[in-house]
Write a protein that binds this ligand. Structure first.
Ligand SMILES: C[S@@+](CC[C@H](N)C(=O)[O-])C[C@H]1O[C@@H](n2cnc3c(N)ncnc32)[C@H](O)[C@@H]1O
Length: 380
């Protein structure tokens, strides 16, 4: 069976979720799994045996790369010459074939390419990022003289990513659709990136046939990621901002029923007790949608309300940087316990933690029988 050296990128702090996603779905195909950090991204490297088509379905990754090579760096300018020499014989055909398999054929006469460099400035490296980029463009042009370098919209993208004193050279196999999805037609400030939303949904441990709630759904990203992850019994979400409710409905379009998206106050949900299996929420934090004066009461009242609607054995996942507010709110609910905390996830230039909270009790981890009726939805 063919094997491919590959790596994925995920937002900083989410590499560990990507690793779990990989092991869950592809444990039989993976060897040599390792990870490193490059600027604001976690890289997960592995060898994949078999055709890696389904890797494009991983929800927490920003991109998938074919790993052309990994080179040690000394920091001296001789690294640049070594990069050029190395690339002349680097194994790349399998990567080009994978790329062809996953991208629409271009009708240009000459293949175009560009080189992206991700490297932090360091004192030990005596050359700049732009020097690395130039060296790589020269190396590619020497090996493939018919190819043409462009600034944007290239057929092929080669990425140089510096992790400590090593340089990873990759061919990007995915395009922007992988990370941005196709459903997001309406966007609002503070709207969650789909890959982060997917990580929350994944950590909630969703299964077919559950009732899923986002009490502060904004543009609906979490609900939509839940809809893609597994079959649902009911998706229910709301927001007190009418515009957000309209945008969530627009992003859903006619898909993913049954579902209800309502205007509501998350501290007084129009839902019966113990009717929800899983909750995920991007709570107001930082300067998003909340304020230091109102957030303490909002957190306490929302968590109390979620405790009321969660089934015993259910789970709730929160994204926030208001650690003490959430912890204080949880302390007031003895039925709830903190199962896991993922620290320092990079969210558009800021940092927040992911809290996985369980509700005590329940026999089958909040799973509901297939024929159980969905909770009644209030009119909205
Ligand atoms: C950080 S944003 C969540 C964004 C959303 N996850 C997305 O991807 O678009 C917080 C949301 O909570 C909503 N919100 C704040 N307080 C609320 C409350 N008491 N009830 C319902 N929604 C509330 C805001 O209107 C805002 O849309």
């Amino acid at each position: 069976m063919a094997t491919f050296p590959l790596y994925t990128t995920s937002f900083r702090g989410l590499g560990q979720v990507t690793e779990r996603e990989l092991r869950d779905r592809f444990s039989a195909n993976l060897t040599e799994l390792s990870s490193c950090r490059v600027r604001d991204y976690d890289l997960t490297c592995f060898t994949f045996s078999g055709i890696p088509d389904e890797l494009f379905e991983l929800g927490t990754i920003e991109d998938l790369f074919y790993q052309v090579s990994a080179l040690p760096l000394s920091g001296e300018t001789t690294d640049l010459e070594a990069l050029k020499v190395h690339f002349q014989d680097a194994p790349i055909d399998a990567g080009l074939n994978l790329h062809r398999r996953h991208t629409a054929r271009h009708d240009r006469k000459r293949t175009t390419f560009r080189v992206v460099v991700q490297a932090r400035d360091t004192s030990w490296r005596h050359y700049r990022r732009v020097d690395m980029q130039k060296a790589m463009v020269q190396a590619i042009s020497r090996r493939f003289p018919r190819w043409r370098v462009v600034d944007d919209n290239a057929d092929l993208e080669f990425w140089l990513q510096q992790a400590d004193r090593a340089l990873l050279l990759g061919l990007r196999l995915s395009d922007r659709e992988l990370r941005h999805r196709t459903y997001k037609v309406a966007n609002i400030p503070g709207s969650l990136r789909p890959t982060i939303a997917h990580a929350l949904v994944y950590l909630a441990g969703v299964q077919d046939g559950q009732v899923f709630l986002d009490p502060m759904c904004g543009a609906g990203t979490l609900l939509l990621e839940r809809a893609r992850a597994a079959r649902h019994h009911l998706l229910v979400g709301g927001d007190f901002n009418l515009k957000a409710v309209a945008q969530a409905a627009e992003n859903f379009g006619p898909r993913h029923r049954p579902r209800g998206i309502l205007r509501w106050d998350a501290t007084h949900l129009p839902l019966p007790d113990a009717c929800v299996d899983r909750v995920a929420a991007n709570l107001p934090w930082g300067n998003q949608h909340g304020s230091p004066e109102t957030n303490p009461a909002l957190y306490a009242d929302t968590v109390a309300e979620l405790n009321r609607v969660l089934k015993p054995g259910g789970r709730a996942v929160f994204l926030t940087s208001e650690f003490s507010l959430l912890r204080d709110a949880l302390k007031k609910q003895p039925d709830l316990y903190l199962a896991e905390q993922l620290r320092k996830v990079g969210v558009l230039g800021r940092e927040a933690d992911i809290f996985v909270v369980g509700k005590k009790g329940g026999e089958a981890e909040g799973r509901i029988p297939k024929d159980a009726p969905a909770p009644p939805l209030p009119p909205g």
